[in-house]
Design a protein around this ligand. Structure first.
Ligand code: PHE
Length: 349
């Protein structure tokens, strides 16, 4: 081939490529076309092989044509690719947003089971006219024990293993029960009194059903003519409402220094109450009853400490464990689940 013919066939390649590019709509096939012309075994290289056969004087002319055509092909490809992105951008702009489609849900949290149970318990007692009272978690020995008829040498102090704030001072401690709220309320208000006091308490205790920190809910009613029957009525109402079924309660004589008479509150085991009569279950250790707290009539000695006339007024008090109540209602098997913050546990409620 002569130099003229070579240049002509080189120029023809540009037009040929134009035709090839026309129908292409994706980058991959455009690049493939580019390679068919400019690649090592491509059409331009094939022409260049002929270059060696020309007389040396003619070579620069054809070499220049090769460069021109190569550049031309690059430009064609670049232009084609730019067209493609433009078209994609136009399509994107024209896309219709369907505002009726549901949005992406936002993952929300919820109240902790113990908080739910506490609020529910407060609501149930509120229906009966109780108002919420509070006291400090760091308490004095006097409010926690002395005023509740538990002097320093009283054996009942062993019932509640106490955390003291300082080893040198045993007057300041973490409250072991919510009963000091009874004392604080009676010191600052006059009967009729009808309070419910939920709160965190601390004891040196740690196993599957005991945690060093847990939650109690305390009740106190003081008025003229309050009787043990009122205590039982209130507790029965609470248990039925809280568990949403007709469970019986049993007030089993027991001793707490600040009530007389005193009783432990048992309720029918909510797990095996539906089973035909017989053995009970593991939870109630076969007894069919579960203890949920302590209760009793306010001891006149306590009224003496807070200057309430024991001749005129009587009262009842009770204290229940909230973790225990939530355990019974929701089948929680270990008290630790409440405090570990494991999302797999928390999500269930
Ligand atoms: N405070 C007692 C306890 O924690 C429970 C209780 C409260 C008992 C009120 C009687 C009356 O063990």
């Amino acid at each position: 081939m002569s130099a003229q013919e070579l240049i002509a066939s080189l120029d023809a390649l540009g037009t040929e490529l134009d035709v090839e590019l026309q129908p292409l709509v994706d980058e991959q096939s455009i690049r493939a076309a580019q390679a068919r012309y400019l690649g090592k075994t491509g059409k331009v290289s094939a022409v260049m092989k002929e270059l060696g056969r020309l007389p040396p004087a003619e070579r620069p002319l054809v070499g220049a044509a090769v460069n021109r055509v190569k550049q031309g092909i690059e430009d064609q490809v670049t232009r084609k690719l730019a067209e493609l992105t433009d078209a994609a951008a136009r399509l994107d702009l024209a896309r219709v947003v369907d505002v009726t489609l549901p949005g992406r849900p936002v993952a929300g949290g919820h109240l902790h089971l113990l908080t739910q149970v506490r609020l529910e318990a407060i609501a149930i007692f509120a229906e009966l006219g109780f108002v919420v009272a509070e006291g400090p978690q760091i308490e004095t020995d006097w409010h926690t024990f002395e005023a509740l008829a538990i002097p320093k040498d009283h054996p009942a102090r062993d019932m509640q293993d106490t955390f003291y704030i300082s080893s040198r001072n045993d007057e300041i401690l973490l409250r072991t029960h919510t009963s000091p709220v009874q004392i604080r309320t009676m010191l600052t208000t006059t009967p009729p009194i009808r309070i419910i006091a939920p709160g965190i308490v601390y004891r040196r205790d740690d196993d599957a059903t005991h945690s060093p920190m847990f939650t109690q809910i305390e009740g106190l009613v003081v008025d003229e003519g309050i009787s043990f029957a009122d205590l039982k009525g209130v507790l029965l109402h609470f248990v039925k409402r809280f568990f949403q079924r007709d469970l019986a309660i049993r007030l089993r004589p027991s001793y707490f220094p600040f009530v007389e008479p005193g009783a432990e509150i048992d309720m029918q085991c909510s797990f095996c109450v539906d089973l035909p009569s017989g053995k009970g279950c593991r939870l109630c250790k076969g007894t069919r009853w579960i203890e949920i707290g302590g209760s009793g009539m306010v001891d006149p000695e306590v009224f003496g400490h807070v200057k309430i006339d024991a001749e005129k007024y009587t009262g009842f008090a009770f204290g229940m464990g909230l973790e225990r109540m939530a355990m019974l209602r929701h089948g929680v098997t270990d008290i630790k689940f409440y405090y570990e913050g494991d999302i797999r546990f928390l999500e269930q409620f």
